[in-house]
Every structure is written in C-alpha cells, then in structure tokens.
Design a protein around this ligand. Structure first.
Ligand code: FAD
Length: 383
C-alpha cells in the first residue's frame, strides 16, 4: 500500500487529504491508500471568516473545528510540530519519530511574526485570538482613530485588510459613530491589490474613498508605540485602536530544509505543483509562483484548494502507472465583504498575459451569500 504524507491540516492539507481519500476508493475498514496528515494545532481555523469575527458577526467557536475530526477514510492525523522535512527521502520527523512516504505534499502555509511589538499595541487579525481581541475592544469603542495596518509584503489574502476596513466602517456606521471616527489603512503597497491590475485596483480604491476610509499607500512601518505608528516617511500617525497583518515568513522548518528556494518559499512547476524532488509537491501559501509579469501568485485559499485537487488527481494517476493529466490554471473566484450585507465578486485569472488579472464586480448581496455558503460548506463537509 502506498503512503502519502500531507504536511499541514489547513485549507490545502484538508482538501488534498479528502480528495485522496475519496478518489483512492478508501472506505471504512477498506484502506487502499495510507494518508498521514501532520498538524501542530488542535484547531483548524477557516481564516476567510476572521474578518467577520473582528466585527462580531461570528463567535470564534463557529469558525474552527478540531483537526482530530477531519472526515476521511484511511486518514491518520499525527499531532505535533514537524521538526525535519527531508524531500530526498520523502520523510518527516515529528517528536523524534521519522515517517516515510511514497509521496509528500507540503501545505504548511506561512509563519506569522509581529515585529515592532505590534502585538502589544494592537491586534493581529490574521489569527483567531487577534480577531477576537479586536472585537472585544471595538464593542467598547466610542469614537476616535482606527488604524488597519499592513506591516509588510507579501501577505496572504491581499484583499483581507480592505475587507476588514470596510466591515469596521459598516459596524461604526450602524453604531452611529461615523462622525466621531476616522478609519485609515496604512500599507507598503503602491495601490490596493496592485497585482490585480490598474482597473481592479482603482475600483477598490474608489470604493474605500466613497466609504470615507483613508488610504495611505507606500507607507512601510518602521516603529510603533502604544498609540502611534511611524513610517519610512518619518511621519507619526496616532491611533486608538489598531488591527494589523503581521510579517509573513516561510515556516522555519522549510527555510532550513532543501525545499526552500532563494526567497525561503518553495518553488514548484507552475502547472503540476511538483518541486525539484520527484513525488514531492507543494501547494497553497507556502509556494512562490512567479508570474510572467514578475509579481507572485496571490496567496489565497481558493488556489490552495484547486492546487490540492490537481495534485490529488495526479498522484492517483501515478499510483495507477498513468501519466499526470491535470494542470493548474490559476483561475478562481473569491468574494470581498464590503459591508451592508454585500460582497464584491472578484474573478482572478493569473496565467493570462494581460495586465488586468482580476475582474471586480459591483458589490452585491449574492456575493455575500456565496461567501457565507463557502464557509458553511467547508465546515460541514470536512469535519
Ligand atoms: C483574514 C484572512 C482572510 C482570508 N480570506 C480569504 C478569502 O476570502 N478567500 C480565500 O481564498 N482565501 C482567504 N484567505 C487566505 C487563506 O486562508 C489561505 O490562503 C489558506 O489558508 C492557505 O492554505 P494553506 O493550506 O496553504 O495554509 P494554512 O491554511 O495556513 O494551513 C497551514 C497549516 O500548517 C500547519 N503548520 C505550519 N507549520 C507546521 C509545522 N512545523 N508542523 C505541523 N504543522 C504546521 C499550520 O498550523 C496550519 O494548520 C484569508 C486569510 C486570512 C488570514
């Protein structure tokens, strides 16, 4: 029996574990493929719902499930921090025990670091605790300055800070605090979601302006104090409440392995996600896929999932001694919450030579419903 090692039980890891289990013919008590998932956390959080948690539209226990309960036949979950990844031998080490496989799929996401003591002065809303803590303060907020800070590039889900700012604005407006509140976004980017193309970027910017959200582009943070942020223009900006995205690094276990490319992230074949090591794949946020334009494929759950489907299918073909025949096309749709129960449908197609990589539609209720459904479906079908 072949064994597949899956590193990480986040969005990419769960999707591939389930696809492999379903397509291998595994059933209760009939296991044709051994699937071992390695995960260090007890909980698997559905991150696209974190912006809702920030504004009280979710409670934390509504957006995570126990990694022990992943619903897939023939699946073993090994709980613990992966200490060594050895792509030559297709093996990993957890708590000094080595596990060997025939195939390996790395989906370890990103490592988050709060520099400049930001976690003392504000809330990292890219994590459950931070999003929860932000809402506890927002509930007590009676007016003042709210800052949404993008601490460094690249970061996953490049629409999330904009989504967060628009949801906060909606909350503030519903509480009747708009005339006493200033919401500002600070970012090192030149334009919002600049990788998306000029049109999408300027549409998003005008929506922020219309909502009265201030936008400070090309602002790289250099230091922070309890109530102020300093940027590379040497200006100080004060705040009363801060939500931030942390610095994103490739996980340490990968940086010290042979899988890390020059940037620390994993480089793969852009069509089949195989690394330089045969039968070793990487998917999701941990991958650095450089596009023709020189920018990188944005780190999004929709891509982690479509890559997982492709890799699961191709591993199945290989096990049956058939050629891999599915390729990743870097296309997908996601939804950016914009307040008032609406979301912006955003269709991305990143392997096109056109500079316009994302089409943004006008915010609508249907987009919001689709986002709501994707959360419910994910949490229901996988656990
Ligand atoms: C606020 C926010 C909003 C978002 N909104 C959207 C959205 O609307 N649409 C969308 O498509 N995407 C969205 N995303 C992005 C999406 O969540 C990620 O792209 C997706 O989770 C990537 O999947 P992954 O499997 O690569 O990584 P992850 O889901 O992060 O999973 C990685 C897993 O690896 C585990 N791990 C790491 N290191 C180790 C180790 N050494 N040992 C054992 N386990 C380890 C981690 O604990 C984690 O469970 C959002 C993200 C955030 C933060």
């Amino acid at each position: 029996m072949k064994t597949v090692l899956i590193l990480g039980a986040g969005i990419g890891g769960i999707e591939i574990a389930r696809e492999l289990s379903i397509n291998s013919g595994n059933e209760d008590n009939i296991h044709l493929l051994k699937i071992i998932v390695f995960e260090k956390e007890e909980q698997s959080v559905f991150s696209p719902s974190l912006p809702w948690l920030m504004v009280g539209k979710r409670k934390s226990d509504q957006i995570y499930k126990s990694t022990k309960n992943i619903e897939a036949s023939g699946l073993e979950v090994v709980k613990g921090e992966i200490e060594i990844v050895d792509p030559e031998n297709i093996s990993v080490t957890v708590k000094d025990e080595e596990y060997k496989g025939d195939y390996m799929v790395v989906s370890l996401g990103v490592e988050q670091q709060a520099k400049y003591k930001l976690d003392e002065y504000g809330y990292n809303f890219f994590q459950l605790k931070g999003a929860e803590g932000f809402y506890a303060e927002l509930e007590r907020f009676t007016g003042g300055k709210i800052a949404v800070l993008i601490a460094s590039l690249p970061y996953k889900s490049p629409a999330a800070p904009y989504e967060a700012a628009m949801l906060i604005q909606d909350y503030i407006s519903n509480k009747g605090l708009s005339n006493k509140t200033e919401i500002s976004i600070y970012t090192p980017e030149k334009e919002p979601m600049e990788f998306a193309g000029e049109e999408a970027s300027s549409e998003l910017k005008s929506l922020l302006m219309k909502k009265g959200i201030k936008y400070f582009s090309s602002h790289q943070i250099t230091s922070a104090t309890k109530n102020s942020l300093e940027f590379d223009d040497f200006e100080n900006y004060s705040f009363d409440l801060l939500a931030f995205t942390p610095e994103h690094l490739s996980p340490a276990v990968i940086r010290k392995s042979n899988l890390a490319g020059k940037s620390g992230w994993i480089e793969v074949d852009e069509l089949n996600m195989e690394t330089a090591y045969p039968n070793v794949y990487a998917i999701g946020d941990i991958v650095d896929l450089t596009l023709e334009s020189g920018t990188s494929l944005p780190k999004l759950g929709i891509f982690a999932r479509s890559q997982a489907k492709i890799v699961a299918h191709n591993i199945g073909r290989k096990i049956g001694n058939k050629e891999s025949n599915k390729t990743f096309n870097a296309e997908g749709e996601y939804f950016i919450e914009s307040g008032e129960g609406k979301a912006i449908p955003a269709k991305g197609h990143f392997y096109t030579s056109s500079n316009e990589k994302v089409d943004l539609k006008t915010p609508d209720h249907w987009g919001h419903i689709k986002k709501w459904w994707s959360e419910k479906y994910w949490l229901f079908k996988n656990f």
